[in-house]
Design a protein around this ligand. Structure first.
Ligand code: FMN
Length: 293
């Protein structure tokens, strides 16, 4: 299926784009109006765009229903400050409650049962229950249109971060395994980050991977090795050579047993290399594959 976005109704555009561009982190934005009334609302059109200066952007859209603007945006135009609170799994139901369209001036801290904690340099309060809070100055608001569904980019400079000690490691860095983010996907779908679904992808910073194009055709066109496996193999920075000290019983069995049948041997070697790659053992997998050359 190919979609021409101009042909779709706003609701359909929203549906396809939100399912496809996911998961999105959630900015739980605390703002105030010029009379000091507090507002708290979640926005998943949100991300980090720069470290120097430290810039994050979120987007309160005009309502599709009647093109009206959200209280968060109205507040920011009056008082250009915001506290962005990171949403974790323990907060997700209350955060969703805070997204109800309460009337202007309703304090969603109270409605959703969160604790307001004074910030140090901006006037909107922080959400005490959030494990990471960012005090931000709004440096620009960029409207993207006047119709329903039009975004308003709220460009924020992060001035201070408050990080709960419980999610820090021994070097005072955020331990990714301890911050159980939730993120928004399409419709009512959310996902949760935790130890069971986190994984690491090795990425050499300075050295270049050799590239899939350099792999021999027998590996590149393997019916057994997957795209992920090829990505791992091609991420080494020098083409590996046979290591005579590599001593592996299973490899010995394969080379002895299948010595009269090279095609079968290749399949067995690829299957074994795949197993090793899935355990993150890239060098070992290369040794297994080189044994078939
Ligand atoms: C998790 C979540 C993410 C949301 N993301 C957005 C968003 O990125 N932009 C938006 O305009 N509305 C978003 N909404 C809806 C707003 O939170 C909702 O319209 C809210 O009533 C706005 O409040 P306000 O008028 O007090 O600012 C989201 C709602 C939820 C629950």
């Amino acid at each position: 299926m190919i979609l021409d976005l101009k042909e779709l109704k706003p609701g359909e555009r929203q549906d396809y784009l939100q399912h496809a561009i996911a998961p999105r982190p959630i900015c739980f934005a605390s703002t105030i109006d010029k009379k000091g009334n507090v507002n708290l609302s979640p926005f998943s059109f949100f991300n980090l765009f720069s470290y120097t200066p430290p810039i994050v952007v979120f987007s309160p859209l005009r309502r599709v229903r009647d093109s009206s603007t959200k209280h968060t945006l109205q507040n920011i135009l009056e008082v250009p400050e915001v506290v962005i609170n990171v949403v974790d799994y323990d907060m997700v139901q209350q955060t969703s409650l805070a997204s109800c369209e309460y009337s202007r001036g309703t304090n969603e801290f109270i409605k959703a049962g969160f604790t307001a904690e004074p910030a140090t340099i901006v006037s909107p309060p922080m959400v005490k229950e959030s494990k990471v809070k960012m005090e931000c100055n709004v440096i620009e608001v960029k409207p993207l249109g006047d119709s329903g569904g039009a975004g308003n980019l709220v460009i924020c400079e992060v001035m201070k971060m408050h990080i709960d000690d419980s999610i820090l490691d021994e070097n005072k860095r955020i331990d990714q395994q301890k911050l159980h983010h939730v993120a928004r996907l399409g419709g009512n779908w959310y996902c949760r980050v935790d130890e069971s679904n986190l994984f690491i992808v090795e990425k050499p910073n300075r050295q270049l991977g050799i590239g899939v194009d350099v792999l021999p055709a027998s590996i590149r066109e393997s019916k057994i090795l997957t795209g992920n496996n090829l990505g791992q193999l091609a991420n080494v920075h020098e083409y590996p050579i046979i290591d005579p000290s590599f001593d592996d019983d299973h490899l010995k069995q394969i080379t002895q047993y299948y010595s009269v049948s090279p095609d079968e041997m290749e399949k067995e070697l690829h299957s074994y290399a795949k197993q090793l790659l899935e355990q993150g053992k890239v060098n070992e997998a290369w040794q297994v594959l080189l044994a078939g050359d």
